[in-house]
Design a protein. Structure first.
Length: 255
């Protein structure tokens, strides 16, 4: 069960059967769940090098990726000061001590110009893998009454996703990989944003039930690739898949 903080505003939650722990807002704000774990499940266990988790929140994707890939170092990048503080405290938890040497936090607005990103410690061309679970609900749609949650889940404007992907592409070295989770109706936007920067786009629809429409898409692309778009078989979040996902035993192949 989650452990409330003394102020009862933060919970400490165990993931992957206790392999790592995460501090999260108890109420309001963004709490991590299936989306974060699905994105982390796209990381192959043999992945090495340096990854960036863009819009990391308190660190669910980054920590899950580091557990899945023991040779991978991960940089967490988060703009919101409250979530960055939770990420900083999460990395300092004794339960995560075995991972701390492979994880670092950068607090910045990812949409800063290149010189601003580099000044904050996020250099273009420095990463082998970029993971991102960005705000992806439509701009101008029905927003959460909680301001922090609304900002974490909704695009601030219609051009946001394209700008976000452009930054992700800039951070990658040649042949580096980009992995993202989003909405099915974003396929055209994502494909257009990849443009000449990211090729070999592959998409896996994610369904809550086998006979229901997709609720999410998992996307992957490669910096500098000229391969065409491919649509891969779907992921269905049945009971067995959810259990394996929650224990870190589920891999979503993106090639």
């Amino acid at each position: 069960m989650p452990e409330p903080s003394s102020a009862e505003t933060v919970t400490k939650d165990a993931f992957f059967g206790g392999a790592f722990h995460l501090l999260q807002p108890a109420r309001g704000g963004l709490r991590s769940g299936d989306d974060a774990l699905l994105l982390a499940a796209t990381v192959e266990p043999g992945q090495g090098g340096i990854a960036a988790d863009l819009g990391s929140g308190s660190g669910a994707v980054a920590l899950a990726a580091a557990i899945r890939a023991p040779a991978l170092a991960v940089t967490l990048a988060e703009r919101d000061p409250a979530m960055a503080d939770l990420a900083r405290r999460t990395l300092a938890l004794p339960q995560n001590a075995d991972l701390s040497g492979r994880l670092r936090l950068v607090e910045l607005d990812l949409l800063l110009p290149r010189l601003g990103r580099e000044a904050a410690g996020l250099a273009d061309g420095a990463f082998d893998l970029v993971l991102t679970n960005p705000p992806f609900h439509p701009a101008g749609g029905r927003a959460s009454p909680d301001a922090a949650r609304a900002a974490a889940k909704a695009e601030p404007d219609a051009a946001f996703t394209a700008r976000w992907i452009a930054v992700a592409a800039a951070l990658l070295r040649h042949a580096g990989r980009f992995h993202m989770i989003g909405r099915p109706d974003q396929i055209a936007t994502i494909a257009a944003a990849c443009g000449n920067r990211l090729g070999g786009l592959t998409i896996r629809p994610v369904h809550a039930k086998a006979d229901a429409p997709a609720v999410r898409i998992l996307c992957a692309a490669t910096r500098g690739s000229r391969a065409p778009l491919r649509l891969l078989p779907p992921v269905v979040l049945d009971a067995a898949t959810r259990e394996a996902l929650g224990q870190g035993r589920f891999t979503v192949a993106m090639t």
